[in-house]
Design a protein around this ligand. Sequence first.
Ligand code: PLP
Length: 406
Amino acid sequence: MQYDLEKIKAQFPVLNRKIWDKPLIYLDSAASMQKPQKVLDAINNNYSFSYSNVHRGLHKLSEEATSNYEGARLKISKFINCSEKEIVFTSGATAAINLVAYSWGLKNISAGDEIIITIAEHHANIVPWQLIAQQKGAKIIAAQVNPEEDFDAEIIKKLVTDKTKIIAFPHVSNVLGTVFPVKELCKIAKECGAISVVDGCQGIIHGTVDVKKLGCDFYCFSGHKLYGPTGIGVLYGKYEILEEMPPFLGGGDMIDIVKINQSTYADPPLRFEAGTPPIVEAIALGEAIDWVVETDIDRIGKHEKNVISYGMSILTSIQGVNIFGTAPNKTGVISFTMDCAHSHDIATIIDREGVAVRAGHHCAQPLMDAFNLVSTTRASVGAYSSNQDFDKLGEALTKVKKIFGV
Ligand code: PLP
């Protein structure tokens, strides 16, 4: 069956917008995906007609909200092939990694232990480990990444010692687009007795994720990057690991019995969901996942990969454009610099042509440092992106060159 791009685009109201009187060309999907009408309707309908707090209420509305909230958990568990008891709702990927760092890390990391990451991490998969390492006297070891090659799992294998406790890595780099060999890396972690933590933010949006097949201990992602709302994220954790973890945040809903001086706690996942959760956001993420399943995530991923390879051909044909991240199997994003202009100038100028891209360090300063870059401009795609978007980007970059007299 053909990928019906026009039908998909028609479901995203924002794509009808004009920016500075020009049609919007949205090439900033890695930062946050736009939302289809189905998700927008779910947010509106749930706040309008089915809204109440969850879990504690005995009235109809609360029962309905609880059933919708728990229904979203079930949908997500089916989407990534695990039990719903292994899905913890968080406010996003950042919160999910912090949860693992503070709960699992503080309990299990000791002085001298080693945490392996890569130089291509988003800060969300660096700083939480640093905070724990500093408290416990542990060490962070960072694997090198060659921006021109697919990542070789052997690089991590060589860093493993008997002190390795955690191996944390991205599914897909948000700067380079490099796809990491998740299954092999999780196997390495398992063999050395460490836990694997996969930052799935840029991976889950491009293809099927089966956490059982991948063999990961933890896999997390943010709802807003998967066509859902902000304020909601998911931490998948193997149940036997979650079960042994102490609470991270304390409060309502995560307890069993509370006395003045001590409490007992609920079983996972509720043990890790203190306070009123982002109810409607979770339900709307469930709708986003319905949308992604109906549209077919693997077909979306294939389409995006085609668009990225077209985009690479356009950008490499413009003299003075240098692409950062050329691994053969890359997906999702194209980062680049221009000889004639700073990335902030590029982004500002092409915005006037209606083209939205991101410029900066992309929360990946160690990666920038490793290659003596201060910033790049990044074009990134979603289900609704097209080759024409890159034609427009190419035209806009030619204008940038003109403005800078080249
Ligand atoms: N990890 C990666 C690879 C990302 O791209 C991002 C967001 O850009 C994050 C983590 C953090 O996500 P959030 O800010 O939604 O928690």
